[in-house]
Design a protein around this ligand. Structure first.
Ligand code: DAH
Length: 332
């Protein structure tokens, strides 16, 4: 009998089979269990000897069961892994494609316009020094834009660029006029609410020509035309006198509210107008910082997310960056 059980354990090929063997030996009516019952009828030395033999047999079987169990478990896992192996050469028939991010869609549309208008593309570093991000742009040391609240500073005094305007400086340092460029890119500010995220995108524009060849009307034409391209021919555009350190005169540009057609609603704070960009005639101090003489130029800057929010009627900017497919899929 002992040989039978041990032999069966040795030959078992599955965990289920092994479990059946264990029950047959140690279950309520198992043969080892029954031997223990029979033991009660013996007496004296015979009982002692038989008990010792039976206990030895019991632990022999138990350890054989445990060893075999480990072997079969490992084998079953190996079999399962083999069965579930992924065939990387199979053709994928699912139609679950990704889609362009709404910010990318908007950025591409902006770039398309300016490239068609003969602007070329420039870029600059995300980690900027004080000179390019502030000083050369006529932003003096005490200017509120430098506030620790807004700017991410590094220990060595460098910053994560707070706008794309430093690329104006870098372009003029490296090239001579005429210049006709836009520079799209990420910018960083310490802000987080419905309409602000710590990283967002801007597109900067700069046109520089010989002195006298650029006037505010050139700037006005291109931006009006651009905004009609972005928001449709029936919106109104207005230039509102404003201030930027790097332009003089400066203006902010508004479009008539695309949600209420200018009648006043919650989105436009009941003014009928939506502010969409900043611009102006390049300040002479900016030209002086890059040693440009006898030139005139205009510049403008806009937030890509702001455009994307308006175009897609999204009220919480943060939803663009939470990687929630249920939201992003709607733009495909
Ligand atoms: N740099 C400005 C900002 O981050 C945007 C801007 C406004 C850029 C006016 C310009 C400009 O070039 O002329 O808010």
């Amino acid at each position: 009998m002992e040989n039978n059980t041990l032999k069966a354990i040795e030959l078992a090929t599955s965990l289920q089979e092994l479990e059946d063997i264990r029950i047959k030996a140690f279950g309520k009516k198992g043969n080892i269990t029954e031997l223990f019952v029979l033991l009660k009828e013996l007496e004296g030395d015979t009982k002692k000897i038989k008990a010792r033999e039976l206990n030895a047999l019991k632990s022999q079987i138990e350890s054989a069961l445990a060893t075999k169990k480990e072997i079969l478990k490992a084998q079953e896992l190996a079999d399962q892994l083999k069965k579930e192996r992924i065939d990387m050469t199979l053709f994928n028939t699912s139609s679950n494609y990704g889609s362009m991010h709404p910010v990318s869609i908007t950025l591409e549309k902006i770039i398309d316009y300016f490239v068609a208008m003969n602007f070329s593309l420039r870029s600059g570093p995300l980690v900027e020094d004080d000179f390019h991000n502030f000083q050369a742009l006529n932003i003096p040391e005490y200017h509120p834009a430098r506030d620790m609240q807004d700017t991410f500073y590094f220990n060595d005094g460098k910053v994560l660029r707070t706008h794309t305007s430093p690329v104006q400086i870098r372009t003029m340092e490296q090239e001579s006029f005429p210049i006709r460029m836009i520079c799209p890119g990420a910018v960083f500010r310490r802000d987080y609410d419905l309409t602000h995220t710590p990283m967002f995108h801007q597109v900067e524009g700069l046109v520089v020509e010989e002195k006298g060849k650029i006037s505010f009307s050139h700037l006005k034409f291109i931006l009006e035309d651009f905004l009609h391209y972005m928001f449709g021919g029936d919106i109104s555009v207005r230039f509102r006198s404003s201030f930027f350190p790097f332009t003089e005169p400066s203006a902010e540009v508004d479009i008539s509210c695309i949600f209420c057609k200018g009648n006043g609603c919650r989105v436009c704070s009941h003014t009928g107008w939506l502010e969409v960009l900043g611009c102006g005639i390049v300040d002479r101090n900016v030209f002086a910082a890059v040693h440009y003489e006898n030139v005139s130029g205009y510049a403008f800057g806009m937030g890509v997310e702001r455009f994307a929010m308006l175009i897609h009627a999204v009220s919480d900017l943060r939803s663009f960056f939470e990687s929630d497919l249920r939201i992003l899929e709607q733009f495909s």
